[in-house]
Ligand binder design. Sequence first.
Ligand code: FPP
Length: 272
Amino acid sequence: MPRIHELSQEERDVYASLKVGSLPKHVAIIMDGNGRWAGRRSLKRFLGHQQGAKSVQLVTETASRIGLQWLTLYAFSLENNLRRPRAEVNFLMRLLKSYLESNVQRMMDNNVRIRYIGRTQELPPEVQEKMRWAEETTARNTGTTLTLALNYGARSEMVDAFRGLAAEMERKRIGPGQISEEDIHRHLYTAHMPDPDLLIRTSGEMRVSNFLLWQIAYAEIFVTERLWPDFRGIHLLEAIADFQRRERRFGGIGESCGEVEEDPERVKIVAG
Ligand code: FPP
């Protein structure tokens, strides 16, 4: 159930311009720019991550107030894990643990359920333990599902999916000719959720960075120059307003194209 009365006045103004019947079901966000945010203030990078964690909390709460069903955040990629200095990776792990410790109560208050995608079995055991605790504590909440992508990479997700599918095919003696898109979908980490309608990326980079590659096939992409630590609920609402101004075609021709008339000349050229 949406809790619009809990939005700030400025959020309510943007919300009032939205078509409530066609809100996206699933918003995914590539949170980028923590380091730049800190650098512009001559601060250490970890302070950017800390401020980024605050944005996670505030954006999740706005999402829950408008009744968004699925919010998926790219919190830690496989590449982050492999390519960042150990000290930064360790800091991000500690930050995640303390985020969960201090936010589960707020998730309960906001009816938010937390889940994870990624090779989370490779994260430090004490972090996994805290993740499990947060997931179990919030499991019965029925509002927004906040999914954190942790130690996540879309290509490795596909490798894991194909391994799972291959094992199933062997068990059930199914041949390759019978594989469908649905079979692949069933083996992805995201099998239980709809594909994202809207993908937001902060800090201006025009890349998808190995995030949900299969699932974003038809997602609308919204890139903002705003750095993640400055991103708030109102910016989520503005991105949704922009999304609602777009015409989604899913490979069709859309409603604004009018009648399609057959042109005999054109057919001749093509045929000839
Ligand atoms: C990009 O900033 C962001 C990340 C490495 C991951 C996002 C992490 C957080 C928001 C912090 C904590 C999250 C949770 C869930 C507690 P960057 O360091 O790549 O920024 P830069 O490109 O400006 O250097």
